[in-house]
Design a protein around this ligand. Structure first.
Ligand code: HEC
Ligand code: HEC
Ligand code: HEC
Ligand code: HEC
Length: 374
C-alpha cells in the first residue's frame, strides 16, 4: 500500500508481541513505537526514522497510549509502556538534534493528551492521531503543533497534504484548494481530506478473497454468539400504546397503494438484503438501522429470527400501526416525523455522509395529499 511507517496500537498487539514481531520481519516498512519497552527499558520496536522526502528531512516517531490493557496481550510480561508524554519529549528533541526539518508523531493518544503535547512547546510539527473517540477532521493548531486525526470506522482513507510552498506558491494554488486548506507561517500549506471507501472502489484481486474468508468465519461466529436478548446502545426506545403492535408493510398496501408502490422501489425496502449480500446480517453493529423495530418494544431481539421485521418499513418511520389499521385510520399515525429528526436516528453522519434531509424528506414517501377518501 506504499506505507512508510506504522505506529503500534492496542489492536496491533492483540495477538501478542511475538506475533507482531514476526509480522514486522516480513513487512516492507518499519513498525514504530518509542514507548513500548522491554524489561530492561530498551525499545521493542524502532522508536523513530528519518526520511528524506523531496529534499526535506522528515522525522517520524510512534507513541502508544498508556491505557493499553496489558493483561489482555499475550506475552505482555515481556514489555512495559513508558510514559507517553515524557517519551515524546525525549524522542522529538533527539530527532531535531539529528537534523530532522519536519517532525511527525503517529499516536493512539486521545485528543486531550495530544493537546497537552502541543502545549509543551516541543519540536513536533504534526501529530496524527487515531483515537477512535475522536470526531475532529480539520487539523487544529496547539502551540506550534498541528493535530489531525484519521476518521473512525475504517470508512475512509485520510489524506493530509503537507506542502512546503512559499507565499507565492500558496497564491498560485486554485482558489478552491486555498479555501479548503490552511497556510502555516511563511512556507507551509496543509490540506486535509477524507476519501470515502465506497463499494465501487475495486478490491485488490489478491486481498479480496482473504478478506472474504475472514468475513465468512466472522459471520458464522456472530451467528453462534447472537443471543436472544440484545440491545443496541444509542437507539432510543419508542413508546408502545397498549393494544398496539407492528403489523408490517403489506397490511398498509390496501389503503395506501401509492405509498406502498413507491416504498417498494426505495432502497429502504431492500435494506436487509444489503446486509445479506455482504454477509453482515448477523452483525449487531449493523442490523438496527436495516430492519424494523430491532430491540424496540414490540419488536424483536433475536438476530436469528428477523422474519417479517426485515428491511426499513412504513412503521420504521410512522411507528407501529396495528391500531391505525384496526380503526381504519382513526387512530392517527405520525406524519411529520418530528420534522425529519427521526430520519437522523439512522442517517447519521458516519453512515450517510451525503444525506440531504431537505430534499429527501418530502420524496421518500411520495407527495402529500394521497390520504384515502380525500
Ligand atoms: C430505521 C432506519 C432508517 C430511518 C428511520 C430512515 N432511513 Fe433512510 N435509509 C436507511 C437505510 C438502512 C438505507 C439504505 C438501504 C440500503 O441501501 O440497504 C436508507 C436509504 C435512504 C435513502 C436512499 C439513499 C440512496 O442514496 O440510495 C434515502 C433518500 C433515505 N433513506 C431517506 C430517508 C428519509 C427522508 C428518512 C426520514 C423520513 C429516512 N430515510 C429514515 C435507514 C433509515
Ligand atoms: C445508524 C444506522 C446504521 C447502522 C448502524 C448501519 N447502517 Fe448501513 N446504512 C445506513 C443508512 C442510513 C444508509 C444509507 C446511506 C446513504 O446512502 O445515505 C446505509 C446504507 C448501507 C448500505 C448500502 C449503501 C452502500 O454503502 O452500499 C450497506 C451495504 C450498508 N449500509 C451496510 C452496513 C453495514 C455492513 C453495517 C454494519 C457494519 C451498517 N450498514 C450499519 C444506516 C446504518
Ligand atoms: C423512510 C421513512 C418513511 C417510510 C419507510 C414510509 N414513509 Fe410514509 N411518510 C414519510 C414522510 C416523511 C411523510 C411526509 C411527507 C411530506 O410531508 O412531504 C410520509 C407521509 C405518508 C402518508 C401521508 C401522506 C399525506 O398526504 O399526508 C402516508 C399515508 C404514508 N406516509 C404511508 C406510508 C406507507 C403505507 C408506507 C409503507 C408502504 C410508508 N409511508 C413508508 C416517511 C416514510
Ligand atoms: C383500512 C385502511 C387503512 C390501512 C390498512 C392503513 N391506513 Fe393509514 N390511513 C387511513 C386513513 C383513512 C387515513 C386518513 C386519516 C385522516 O385523515 O383522518 C390514513 C392516514 C395515514 C397517515 C397520515 C397520518 C394520519 O394518521 O392521518 C399515515 C402516515 C398512514 N395512514 C400510515 C399508514 C401505515 C404505515 C399503515 C400500515 C401500518 C396504514 N396507514 C394502514 C387508512 C388506512
Amino acid at each position: 500500500m506504499g506505507c512508510d511507517a506504522l505506529n503500534i496500537g492496542a489492536y496491533d498487539l492483540s495477538l501478542g508481541v511475538d506475533y507482531l514481531r514476526g509480522k514486522e520481519k516480513i513487512a516492507k516498512f518499519p513498525f514504530l513505537s518509542a514507548n513500548i519497552l522491554d524489561k530492561h527499558g530498551k525499545p521493542v520496536f524502532i522508536p523513530s526514522i528519518i526520511k528524506q522526502i523531496n529534499g526535506v528531512k522528515v522525522g517520524i516517531f510512534g507513541i502508544c497510549s498508556g491505557k493499553l490493557k496489558l493483561d489482555k496481550i499475550p506475552g505482555s510480561n515481556k514489555i512495559k509502556i513508558a510514559n507517553a508524554l515524557d517519551k515524546a519529549e525525549e524522542v522529538s528533541l533527539r530527532l531535531r538534534q539529528e537534523g530532522a526539518d519536519y517532525i511527525v508523531l503517529l499516536t493512539t493518544l486521545d485528543i486531550r493528551q495530544c493537546r497537552r503535547l502541543g502545549q509543551r512547546d516541543l519540536p513536533i510539527d504534526l501529530i496524527i492521531g487515531s483515537s477512535k473517540r475522536n470526531r475532529i477532521s480539520l487539523p487544529i493548531l496547539v502551540g506550534d503543533t498541528y493535530i489531525a486525526h484519521v476518521e473512525r470506522g475504517g470508512k475512509s482513507v485520510g489524506r493530509l497534504d503537507v506542502s512546503f510552498l512559499g507565499p507565492a506558491g500558496v497564491e498560485a494554488l486554485s482558489p478552491s484548494v486555498r479555501f479548503k486548506g490552511k497556510s502555516v507561517g511563511k512556507s507551509l500549506f496543509l490540506l486535509n481530506h477524507f476519501h470515502p471507501l465506497k463499494l465501487d472502489i475495486p478490491d485488490h484481486p489478491e486481498i479480496a478473497p482473504m478478506v472474504k474468508k475472514v468475513e465468512t468465519s466472522l459471520s458464522r461466529l456472530r451467528q453462534i454468539k447472537a443471543t436472544k436478548s440484545m440491545t443496541i446502545a444509542g437507539v432510543k426506545k419508542a413508546e408502545m400504546v397498549p393494544g398496539n403492535s407492528y403489523i408490517f408493510a403489506d397490511a398498509c398496501s390496501k389503503c395506501h397503494p401509492q405509498q406502498f408502490k413507491l416504498w417498494r422501489k426505495t432502497s429502504h425496502a431492500k435494506a436487509y438484503n444489503s446486509l445479506i449480500k455482504i454477509d453482515k446480517h448477523f452483525d449487531e453493529e449493523c442490523i438496527a438501522c436495516h430492519v424494523l423495530g430491532f430491540s424496540q418494544p414490540g419488536g424483536f431481539t433475536d438476530i436469528n429470527q428477523v422474519g417479517e421485521f426485515a428491511n426499513v418499513q412504513c412503521e420504521s418511520c410512522h411507528g407501529p400501526g396495528r391500531l391505525h389499521v384496526k380503526t381504519e385510520g382513526k387512530t392517527k399515525l405520525n406524519r411529520d416525523l418530528a420534522k425529519g429528526q427521526m430520519c437522523l436516528q439512522c442517517h447519521i453522519e458516519e453512515r450517510s455522509p451525503e444525506f440531504d434531509l431537505e430534499t429527501y424528506f418530502h420524496n421518500v414517501c411520495g407527495p402529500a395529499a394521497q390520504i384515502p377518501g380525500k
